[in-house]
Design a protein around this ligand. Structure first.
Ligand code: HEC
Ligand code: HEC
Ligand code: HEC
Ligand code: HEC
Ligand code: HEC
Ligand code: HEC
Length: 181
């Protein structure tokens, strides 16, 4: 008797939770022109807020994704889209913690002769917003043309800032960027 009750209880509680989390797609992605792809995890969110679809659907996000407008960070900061919860109270704020939603990595520029260059996003995002570089100076992802040091000295690519006043110059301090042995 007791065992049957336990089994029924288990079925009632565990099954819906696990089913909910299995029949829907975990990851949905948002593709932005300026800063690349943002991934949203259904499973992580259902774990954090409970298996409660109406919390988001269809008030905050329509399940027919084409019905969702594209939203800017400024609109999110006013409570739209992810900002409905990511406001620093219910969850970490869209005004901070950019990299939790927009993961960035170090970028390696291979240079056989002069030595490889590693660009650190972390070092730069501590000083600048994404917009300072994307998409005008660099499109996120493949497709940026290779740039010569001469072009940089005229203000292209890294040279937009590394001009000897905003940051150390591309015409000196080679070893600040190039791994020279
Ligand atoms: C924390 C918010 C949140 C919760 C809770 C949530 N979703 Fe979603 N869901 C989203 C977002 C964000 C999208 C993507 C919207 C977009 O791409 O514009 C989405 C998209 C979808 C889609 C469309 C996927 C596609 O690629 O076409 C379906 C179906 C869906 N959700 C079902 C569910 C179900 C069922 C539940 C409850 C078990 C649920 N969602 C709970 C935020 C949520
Ligand atoms: C909770 C997750 C989340 C956080 C935190 C977050 N973003 Fe976003 N961001 C998104 C999503 C999702 C989109 C795409 C929205 C869309 O396409 O509708 C986006 C879009 C953008 C865009 C393109 C749209 C625009 O506003 O120009 C930029 C730039 C951007 N984010 C920068 C940032 C910066 C900088 C921070 C930190 C101050 C940040 N984001 C924090 C989720 C987040
Ligand atoms: C219904 C409220 C709600 C909405 C809407 C929501 N989130 Fe979240 N999110 C949470 C909570 C709660 C957590 C966990 C608590 C925390 O980390 O502050 C979380 C955690 C996260 C995390 C860290 C865990 C992980 O999955 O890696 C990311 C990234 C994230 N959210 C992205 C987004 C993005 C992108 C959107 C919009 C497309 C969004 N969230 C919309 C409530 C929400
Ligand atoms: C100081 C300039 C600068 C800033 C600020 C900056 N980036 Fe980048 N980003 C770059 C450069 C340089 C690349 C590499 C371009 C290339 O591969 O040619 C890059 C590449 C990327 C890529 C593609 C990476 C890949 O894996 O191929 C993404 C996504 C990206 N950035 C997102 C962001 C986001 C999100 C922010 C803000 C939180 C940001 N970036 C801030 C300079 C910057
Ligand atoms: C701010 C960082 C930075 C500094 C400082 C810098 N470089 Fe570069 N350099 C790069 C990057 C990044 C590339 C790769 C660019 C690409 O592939 O688009 C590169 C590419 C090159 C190349 C191959 C392209 C070409 O112009 O022929 C040479 C050679 C080179 N650097 C030499 C130098 C020398 C010599 C110095 C010092 C006088 C120097 N660099 C200072 C970042 C830097
Ligand atoms: C939006 C302006 C801006 C752009 C674009 C930019 N930088 Fe920087 N960078 C800075 C500033 C400011 C500093 C810190 C000041 C200083 O050290 O002179 C810095 C510091 C650095 C440093 C030293 C800190 C560290 O990461 O160890 C390196 C290396 C560097 N940048 C490489 C690059 C390369 C490579 C590129 C191009 C792919 C680039 N930067 C593009 C502004 C920029």
């Amino acid at each position: 008797m007791k065992l049957r009750l336990l089994v029924i209880l288990l079925l009632l509680i565990v099954l819906p939770s696990s089913l909910y989390a299995r029949w829907i797609k975990d990851r949905v992605s948002f593709n932005t022109e300026s800063v690349g792809t943002v991934e949203f995890s259904h499973y992580n969110h259902l774990e954090a807020i409970g298996n409660n679809c109406p919390t988001c659907h269809n008030q905050v996000f329509h399940v027919v994704t084409s019905k969702n407008p594209t939203v800017t960070m400024a609109e999110m900061a006013k409570g739209k889209s992810c900002g409905a919860c990511h406001n620093g109270r219910q969850a970490f704020s869209v005004k901070q913690d950019c990299s939790t939603c927009h993961p960035t990595r170090d970028i390696l520029f291979k240079e056989e002769e002069t030595g490889d260059v590693t660009f650190s996003h972390d070092a730069h995002t501590a000083m600048f917003g994404c917009r300072e570089c994307h998409p005008d100076l660099f499109t996120p992802g493949k497709g940026n043309p290779r740039v010569t040091m001469d072009q940089m000295a005229e203000g292209a690519s890294c040279g937009a800032c590394h001009d000897g006043s905003t940051a150390f110059s591309v015409e000196e301090d080679c070893e600040n960027c190039h791994q020279m042995e």
